[in-house]
Design a protein around this ligand. Structure first.
Ligand code: TXA
Ligand code: MG
Length: 337
């Protein structure tokens, strides 16, 4: 390990205690969650939260999710813990759901980017839960990658994104979900999905009935009212190699010259073997056509293809249902305009 690298640490009880201590002292700790790795700071300490923005290179207009490990802590961070919030929390927490609610005055402006609402999540990963308990504080944490880059799904991915010799990365293995949490705003008259993610919209709809999905809305007034997510404003999740989303027909029309220097990201039996063989490297997200497996692998596959140093990457859209919708959303945002 070079001296400029962050430190990957095994999450023993003693380490977790020290990590909690670090957070209370205003330092940052990266940690495993079931969705992606997070870069955590004490959410009630504006200087620590500022350090998160700085290390990530994240613009201050994009607010952070506050992580909790109990309903009581979640309730203490909002002025309106509604019946609906209670219902969704009891059904889906701990888990990959983030709720946007009116913020309590204790939550610093920096965390919410000045918005009147705060995003709350109780993660399911035991390392995340143990860290929040050890810190005995709510933990503000974005994904632990440089701004607009691919979200990390392993401790090694975090180390590749963030070099800070002071930074601990609490290892919790590979993320089982592999896509960020689904963000739902509860501040308006009806719940609105602000970001597609690891909890499929269909699962939410079983509890709530038909839902509005507003993942592309960018009006400033929508942000204020909790009807849009600042995270949707920018290009995101992008590899360094230019990525294009194509249909199978478009793919078949690519010249040999192009394909032999390109990587292919596909799913199930979408691409006939003879077509796939034309590419320099192929990542099939799930040969068996399992969307969960595809979600868990998509970021690692993008990183893998990015490392090869190809001229371009080509992705085929997945079926637009369940987690396929969230994966397509990420591929679209990761693709070069
Ligand atoms: O799975 C996840 O959600 C991971 C893990 C670490 O928990 N976190 C994560 O954080 O993906 P981040 O910062 O990469 O994405 C947070 C998203 C952004 O789209 C942000 O704009 C939105 O949540 N968000 C946060 N606070 C908000 C607020 N007050 N109102 C609306 N959107 C908010
Ligand atoms: Mg992120």
């Amino acid at each position: 390990m070079s001296p400029t690298q962050s430190q990957i640490v095994i999450s023993t009880p003693a380490v977790l205690d020290q990590a909690g201590e670090r957070l209370r002292a205003g330092r940052l700790v990266a940690f495993a969650t079931e969705t992606v790795y997070g870069l955590g700071a004490n959410a009630l300490d504006p200087a620590a939260v500022a350090a998160v923005f700085e290390l990530k290179g994240r613009p201050l207009y994009d607010p952070l999710i506050v992580h909790v490990a109990s309903l009581a802590l979640a309730r203490s961070l909002t002025t309106d813990w509604s019946e609906l919030a209670e219902k969704l929390a009891r059904r889906f927490w701990p888990g990959p759901l983030t709720l946007v609610l009116p913020r309590h005055a204790d939550v610093p402006d920096l965390v919410t980017a000045g918005l009147p609402n705060v995003a709350l999540r109780w993660p399911a990963h035991p390392v995340a839960q143990a860290l929040i308990q050890a810190a005995n504080r709510p933990i503000a944490a974005p994904s632990a990658n440089r701004f607009a880059s691919i979200s990390p799904t392993s401790a090694a991915d975090v180390a590749a994104e963030l070099s800070d010799p002071e930074l601990w990365i609490l290892d919790g293995g590979r993320c089982t979900h592999g896509l960020e949490s689904t963000v739902v705003s509860l501040v308006g008259p009806h719940p609105v999905v602000l970001r597609l993610g690891s909890l499929a919209v269909e699962e939410l709809e079983q509890e709530l009935g038909p839902l509005t999905v507003a993942t592309r809305s960018v009006r400033a007034s929508d942000l204020q009212q909790g009807l849009a997510s600042p995270g949707n404003l920018s290009r995101h999740y992008a590899p360094r190699t230019p990525l294009t989303c194509l249909t199978l027909q478009e793919l078949e029309h690519l010249s040999e010259d192009t394909t032999q220097h390109s990587g292919l990201l596909c799913f199930a039996a979408q691409v006939p073997p003879a077509q796939a063989a034309r590419f320099a490297q192929v990542e099939n997200l799930s040969p068996d056509g399992d969307l969960r497996q595809a979600a868990a692998r998509v970021y690692a596959a993008l990183r893998e293809l990015d490392r090869v140093g190809l001229q371009r990457l080509v992705a085929l859209r997945l079926p637009d249902v369940g987690l396929g919708r969230a994966i397509n959303d990420r591929l679209q945002r990761a693709s070069t305009p």
